[in-house]
Write a protein that binds this ligand. Structure first.
Ligand code: SF4
Ligand code: SF4
Length: 356
């Protein structure tokens, strides 16, 4: 089983698009590590995975290292990158993947995450890069972003293996700070960029180069093998979040919702955790087997979403259909040895958004 472990709700940044976790209590872990260990010992899966999450998990590096000493089969982390050098090299090497938030070119990153963030984070990354296995750039795409430019920029830096992105939640909730016109304009531009980026990615594949654009890799892999996907992030299926007081929730963004507390690490058995299924409109959507439902949290609170929900689905449709169109060509490239199915084999069960 996979678990997001909320290490702290504190964060050193105040990013524009962050829902904010600083008001959630208790801010710090209030259970004993032994309680967590006992819970994980009851997990009979061959692969037990902890993804460190927050707040900013590296505000508490000792705690992260203590949990890594429990010796699970897989560890990943989602971090803003400010304190990457606070972990020992030995521990950094143990991460299967490290996801660092950075939103694109310096102006976009700094306007979303604070002046100077871009330079500082890249400096920290370069200092420890040789100790990190798979490094993912974790973008939020919002007003001011340009997907085509920003993804190419991050890949062009030569430090990230993969890039993925999430559409700003604020563009999807009904009480969005943005007007419907702004939201519609955003998605119009975003879809154009998405198509351009897919075409660019394919042109590189034709030359035998597989750019690490995680959503395209994840979707293409499934289209090539006709695999039916569940919820892409795994939330409520095989990925759960553990809050600072030991409560268990379907998703790390839902730990402020008491009615979604579905277990306790002190008493629950991992195999008995309830499976949460997506509801309307995803259950009857023709893209469900590939999209998976995109986001359980938004699906559950569908009635609180605004015009952005449909527009986001439309962009998902555009992405999947455009990639599907290229599948015959990709099969030819694979059979002629230009690319290999192994090029699509990266493990994306690490908190990375396959459906943005
Ligand atoms: S495209 Fe939209 S409606 Fe369809 S499965 Fe994905 S999130 Fe659900
Ligand atoms: S995609 Fe949605 S359900 Fe999945 S982890 Fe993110 S917020 Fe939670």
């Amino acid at each position: 089983m996979n678990y997001y472990l909320i290490v702290t709700y504190e964060c050193n940044l105040s990013c524009k698009y962050c829902g904010g976790t600083k008001a959630i209590e208790p801010k710090e872990i209030s259970y004993e590590i032994e309680t967590l260990k006992n819970f994980l010992d009851r997990d009979e899966d061959d692969l037990r995975h902890i993804s460190f999450y927050g707040g900013e998990p590296l505000l508490r590096p000792e705690l992260v290292e203590d949990v890594m000493d429990l010796g699970l089969e897989k560890y990943t982390i989602q971090t803003n990158g400010y304190f990457l050098d606070s972990l020992s090299r030995e521990k950094l090497k143990k991460f299967d993947s490290v996801l660092v938030s950075i939103d694109g070119v310096p102006e976009v990153t700094d306007s979303m995450r604070g002046e100077g963030t871009y330079d500082l984070v890249l400096r920290k990354i370069r200092r420890v890069r040789s100790s990190i296995n798979n490094l993912f750039a974790r973008m939020v795409v919002s007003l001011g972003s340009e997907l085509y430019r920003d993804v190419k920029h991050l890949l062009g830096l030569g430090v990230f293996d993969y890039v993925h992105w999430q559409i700003d939640f604020e563009l999807i909730w009904r009480d969005s700070p943005y007007s419907d016109v702004e939201i519609r304009n955003f998605f119009r531009k975003y879809e154009c960029d998405l198509k351009r980026l897919i075409d660019f990615w394919i042109s590189k594949l034709e030359q035998g180069e597989v750019l690490g654009i995680a959503p395209f890799i994840g979707i293409t892999r499934d289209l090539l093998s006709n695999r039916v996907s569940g919820m892409r992030c795994g939330s409520g299926e095989d990925f759960y979040a553990i809050s600072t007081d030991g409560g268990i929730y379907p998703c790390p963004e839902m730990t402020h919702l008491p009615n979604w507390r579905i277990g306790e690490i002190s008493s629950s058995n991992p195999s008995d955790l309830p499976k949460i299924k997506v509801g309307k409109p995803c259950i009857s959507c023709s893209l469900r087997d590939t999209c998976g439902g995109r986001c359980l949290y938004l699906n559950i609170y569908r009635e609180r979403t605004g015009v952005g929900f449909e527009l986001c689905c439309s962009s998902t449709r555009t992405m999947i259909e455009r990639l599907r169109k290229y599948i015959p060509k990709l099969k030819e490239l694979i059979s002629s040895g230009v690319i290999s199915t192994k090029d699509f084999s990266v493990d994306l069960r690490n908190g990375c958004e396959v459906i943005p």
